[in-house]
Design a protein around this ligand. Sequence first.
Ligand SMILES: Cc1cc2nc3c(=O)[nH]c(=O)nc-3n(C[C@H](O)[C@H](O)[C@H](O)COP(=O)(O)OP(=O)(O)OC[C@H]3O[C@@H](n4cnc5c(N)ncnc54)[C@H](O)[C@@H]3O)c2cc1C
Length: 486
Amino acid sequence: MATMAGLSRSQLKELTRIVGDRGVRTDAGAKSAYESDGFMLERAAPSVVVLPRSTQEAAQAVRVLRDAGLVIVPRGAGTGLSGGARPIAGGAVLGTARMREVLEVNEVDRYARVQAGVVNVHLSNACDSAGLFYAPDPSSQTACTIGGNVGNNSGGPHGFRYGSTTRHVLGLTLVDADGEITELGGAFPDPCHGYDLIGPLVGSEGMLGLVTEVTVKLLPQPETVETLLCLFEDLDACCDAVSEMIARRLEPSAIEILDRLTIEAVEASVLRAGYPANAEAVMLIEVDGGAHEVAATSEDILQVAKEFGAFDSRRTSDPKERKKLWAGRKGAFGAMGRIAPDLYVADVVVPRTRLREIVQVAAEACTARGLRLANVFHAGDGNLHPNISYDRRDKEEVSRVVEAGAIIMQACVDAGGSLTGEHGVGLEKQDEMCMLFSNDDLGAMKSLKAVFDPAEFWNPGKMIPVRGCREIHTKPLPIDQGEVVS
Ligand SMILES: Cc1cc2nc3c(=O)[nH]c(=O)nc-3n(C[C@H](O)[C@H](O)[C@H](O)COP(=O)(O)OP(=O)(O)OC[C@H]3O[C@@H](n4cnc5c(N)ncnc54)[C@H](O)[C@@H]3O)c2cc1C
């Protein structure tokens, strides 16, 4: 691993010359603003935050940081929920907050080229007038960046139909540990000339280099879009209805579920969406395509919901109403701030037929530990987000949260699922990787990292467990890596 030396006065001056005064921060305010991402349990202060404006500036800055012996954590908006963008104490943060330009929207060939710091929703806004859109739509899309989406291979409600980020990236510009710039792919699908190196980079959680520009596919906006809201008295039945919809070959673009506690939090917030207070669970569905296809699919979906006990439903194609219904869903994590100061957002995946079982495991794990659980999830993808409210100042409560999280993850792995659907591994699930992978598997991942980053310069100590699996042996651990500051 690269050593943790410090920047000399002349290196600091050189960084300032490259990125300008506003691009180098060493003050206490910046250190505290950058000390964690959305995974609030883990904090560590960097020694410097560097914010380049272009690929060239980023490459030059990397050379200075490398000469200073500082490890680097790439950062977009810091909305990640697994600690991937948490700094390494005393190291550098290389952020893309000043790389916000949409460089090209090509309507004819249907692609866009953007700087990595472009906010997800700004990309769809930029191509709206051309009748195009960018499909991956994380619920954090008003803040998170395209570079961060690449880092975590992010999904979103519409990932059900359109897939996660990896299905939409055509090309990348990468700055490596030597400060070299590499172009991978381009505006058109590569006709298989050599290895596909974009694959390993999407979802690499900032461990292989800094992505500075991204070329993505754009899709034509659908002719018709309908949003459906189905109300259930029972969360289990709501989960089972999802499996049945898929079994009947229905293909909406999104199927989301919110439980009662989430509904209450949303309805008490400024994002009030009109979700009824008498429902134990609501299913929010979107159907898009040609007008006839949408009408038929919506009918069939409402029929299945009814068969599984939905006691009421709504259906709208009015853009304002649809926006309101989705604002409630997309603001759900934020709304939970009303319940407790901190929120642990688990992110696990199971076959859809096992949804109700994991919901129950999560409920039992939390009830037994006196924790409050709310569920909001991408049900169509089998991607659950059990959300546990807590107060990070209460260390004992924190360890109960970590314990409940590990139980939920183990149950998902046992059910044939996975540790993460979209939030990445980061620090949160690093040791739990041993639930899913052997030491040999993890060794292969280390070898891949070594090809890109032999000196462990980029985001070291993340994703791949630092200790061997035999030592960890899937036991839930207290959060103890890095410099934890409360
Ligand atoms: C309210 C809320 C809702 C959310 N909903 C969703 C959701 O629906 N779907 C979903 O997938 N996620 C969701 N997330 C998680 C998060 O927003 C996504 O993971 C998002 O893609 C992170 O983007 P970011 O710009 O904030 O990246 P960061 O958090 O800054 O970084 C994420 C990871 O990518 C790396 N990285 C960042 N930029 C680069 C770069 N330019 N080059 C290389 N590596 C880089 C970082 O090192 C880190 O490992 C949600 C988060 C919140 C707070």
